[in-house]
Design a protein around this ligand. Structure first.
Ligand SMILES: N[C@@H](CCC(=O)N[C@@H](CS)C(=O)NCC(=O)O)C(=O)O
Length: 223
C-alpha cells in the first residue's frame, strides 16, 4: 500500500493517480498543500511539491510525477503505459514532457494561481487579462491535441499511453477551473470524453477542492 500526498487540483498528482489506478496499485490519498509551511511533504520532498508517494512501511518515498510513473512502469507488468519500440517510447516521453511542461506552464499553472491561490491564500481577485491570455493559449494547445487525435489512434500513436494520461490530467484541472471552451475542438473533446469515461478517471471527477466549486458539466462524462 502507498500513500499519495496530493491536493485535488494538482495535475501531477492526478497523473500519478491515473497511472496507479490503471496499473491496479493500491494507494490512499493524503491531503497536502505545498504552500503551507507545516506540511510533511516539505520533509519528504526536497522540491517541496506534490505529488509525493510514500510506501506504507515508510522506507521508500518517491517524488516527481514522471519519476513515480516510470518507477511503476519498470516494476509493474500490468498495463504498460510507455509501450512499443524505442522510437514509440521516445514519442510517449516527448508528449508527456510537452503536456507536463508547456500545457502546465502556459495554462494550468496560470489558472491555479489566478483562480485557486489568489482565492484561497492571497484573498485577491483573478486578473482578467491573465485569464484571457490563458484562454488563448488553451486554444493553441487544443489545436495540437485535435491534430494528434485526427492523425493517430491515441495521442502518442497506436496505443494508449502515459501521454494520454498526462494530457488528460492537465485538461481535467483546466476544465475544473472553467478554462476550457471546446468549440472548434471536436476531436480533442471526443478524446477527453473517452479518457473521462475510463474507470481510473471516476475518482478524480468526484474530488473537490475546498472553496473552489467545479462547474456543473465537469463531472459529466458525456459533457
Ligand atoms: N515536475 C513536478 C512538478 C510538481 C509541481 O509543480 N507541483 C505543484 C503543484 S501542481 C507544486 O507543488 N507547487 C508548489 C506550490 O504550489 O507551492 C512533477 O511532475 O511532479
Amino acid at each position: 500500500m502507498w500513500q499519495l500526498y496530493h491536493f485535488p487540483l494538482c495535475p501531477f498528482s492526478r497523473k500519478v493517480q491515473l497511472v496507479l489506478s490503471e496499473k491496479k496499485v493500491p494507494f490512499v490519498l493524503q491531503l497536502a498543500y505545498p504552500w503551507r509551511a507545516d506540511e510533511p511533504i516539505h520533509g519528504l520532498n526536497a522540491a517541496s511539491r506534490t505529488p509525493v508517494l510514500e510506501r506504507q512501511d515508510g522506507k521508500l518515498v518517491l517524488t516527481d510525477s514522471q519519476a513515480i510513473c516510470e518507477y511503476f512502469e519498470e516494476t509493474e507488468d500490468r498495463s504498460p503505459l510507455i509501450p512499443g519500440s524505442a522510437v514509440a517510447r521516445a514519442e510517449v516521453r516527448r508528449l508527456t514532457a510537452l503536456f507536463d511542461d508547456n500545457l502546465y506552464g502556459d495554462v494550468t499553472e496560470l489558472l491555479l494561481y489566478e483562480k485557486m491561490k489568489k482565492r484561497l491564500v492571497l484573498r485577491q481577485s483573478p486578473d482578467s487579462a491573465t485569464l484571457r491570455a490563458a484562454m488563448r493559449l488553451t486554444h493553441e494547445h487544443l489545436d495540437y491535441l485535435d491534430w494528434l487525435v485526427d492523425n493517430r489512434r491515441w495521442l502518442a500513436g497506436a496505443q494508449l499511453s502515459l501521454a494520454d494520461f498526462a494530457a488528460a490530467a492537465q485538461v481535467s484541472v483546466i476544465d475544473y477551473l472553467g478554462g476550457i471552451d471546446w468549440s472548434g475542438h471536436e476531436s480533442a473533446h471526443g478524446w477527453y470524453r473517452v479518457m473521462k469515461s475510463r474507470p481510473s478517471f471516476a475518482p478524480l471527477l468526484k474530488q473537490k477542492m475546498e472553496g473552489i466549486p467545479a462547474p456543473r458539466h465537469y463531472a459529466d462524462v458525456n459533457a
